[in-house]
Design a protein around this ligand. Structure first.
Ligand code: ZN
Length: 386
């Protein structure tokens, strides 16, 4: 049996050149070996579709995949978190939710994930499918005692499950400034550096977070007091988002998840740190009715921005391509090529995957986007995002 496979489609979008009409990609033993317009009689014809580099969903919580609709209310934010906590307590089968999330990602042509996991089950189940990416084990602990306890379990968390496939790795996710004690965060960053593991942290998600770390006031204080979790002022060395960015810059690599509220000086700092990426979750951002995302500013400053769906707790589905289309509509001044990169190449870079998936000589990882068969549109970019 030949190990060579060929796939023909109406358009192929290679990562570093113009789209190619009626092209065929050739994959030999899993490696992309050619992209050609020559007729290959044995090629599988994929019809009116586009072959693009593999879609990368750089931020998702698969554990919420059992939800048919996002968790309400979206606002105020801390009420949404209370609902999430209630939903976690009442949840049915975690295994079933993870399996249905993985299934949905595969069905919507996602090839790699940045999954935030609250149990080793995520890594185990992902290891059994074809998805690449990083499983970030979530760490939460805001009191001094929780920080000490969790701090002593970090190595275990990182080594609890070792993936069998080299395309899957384990990272850590210190949850957010309102849920992780700064001492614990420092330990996590040290471990990231010594073990070369990536980090992902929800940061600059909204104004209330800034209010909490800056002055210990606002809705997060009330929320933590109501939950009997108020730790006192533990943020004295971390009064600003920039303080967090500077600490996270010492990690092996870091994903700043959301970054909805990043300000000019913070963006300037990020622009100097090539090992840091921002993950924008477009439809989740819209669900919470935030002010416009600083995406164009981030891209202007050369910062690597990837896309994520976040979980079904704040997004109706896990179809990353729908988030890319949302970006295309929200930011019409961005070029379609830039938007495609957000959903593919930039995500691969954020998760340190070895290539975009459509690089000749590298492991092939590509996605298929159906194109309107009846459309006579000659511009491949319009056709792609139609
Ligand atoms: Zn998230």
């Amino acid at each position: 049996m030949s190990v060579e496979q060929a796939f023909r489609a109406r358009w192929v979008f290679p990562p570093e050149s113009e789209p190619i009409r009626d092209a065929t990609i050739i994959v030999t033993a899993g490696i992309l070996t050619d992209i050609t317009t020559q007729r290959i009689p044995t090629a599988k014809d994929l019809g009116s579709a586009a072959i693009i580099p593999g879609l990368v969903n750089a931020h998702v919580h698969l554990e919420f995949s059992g939800h048919s609709t996002p968790i309400t209310p979206p606002l105020p934010f801390t009420d949404w978190i209370r609902s999430v906590i209630r939903s976690r307590q009442q949840e049915g089968s975690r295994e079933g939710s993870l399996a249905s999330g993985i299934q949905e990602c595969l069905q919507t042509e996602t090839t790699a994930l940045g999954e935030i996991a609250t149990s080793p089950l995520s890594a185990k189940q992902l290891d059994e499918c074809s998805l690449a990416g990083v499983v970030f084990q979530e760490v939460i602990g805001i009191s001094e005692q929780a920080a000490r306890e969790k701090g002593s379990q970090l190595v275990e968390l990182l080594t609890d499950y070792q993936p069998q496939r080299d395309q899957l790795s384990i990272g850590l996710s210190p949850h957010a400034p309102y849920s992780v004690h700064p001492d614990l965060l420092q330990k996590i960053v040290q471990l990231s550096r010594s073990e070369h593991c990536p980090l992902a942290m929800h940061l600059a998600e909204n104004r209330a977070e800034r209010e909490l770390i800056g002055s210990c006031e606002g809705e997060f204080r009330s929320f933590l007091e109501d939950m009997n979790l108020w730790p006192g002022d533990v943020w004295h060395e971390f009064r600003t988002i920039n303080d967090y960015l500077r600490l996270l810059s010492q990690a092996d690599s870091a994903l700043i998840v959301h970054g909805n509220d990043l300000q000019a000086d913070e963006i300037e700092y990020l622009a100097t740190q090539s090992q840091m990426s921002v993950v924008y979750c477009p439809r989740t951002h819209a669900y919470f009715q935030h002010a416009q995302h600083p995406l164009p500013h981030l891209l202007d400053r050369g910062i690597n921005v990837a896309l994520g769906t976040d979980g079904r707790s704040s997004n109706p589905d896990l179809d990353l391509w729908q988030d890319a289309r949302h970006v295309r509509q929200t930011f019409p001044n961005l070029s379609p090529n830039e938007v495609l990169n957000l959903a593919t190449l930039n995500g691969a870079r954020a998760l340190k995957l070895c290539s975009s998936g459509l690089t000749i000589g590298r492991q092939a990882r590509w996605s298929l986007v159906p194109l309107d068969a009846l459309s006579s549109e000659s511009d491949p970019w319009r056709l792609l995002f139609a």
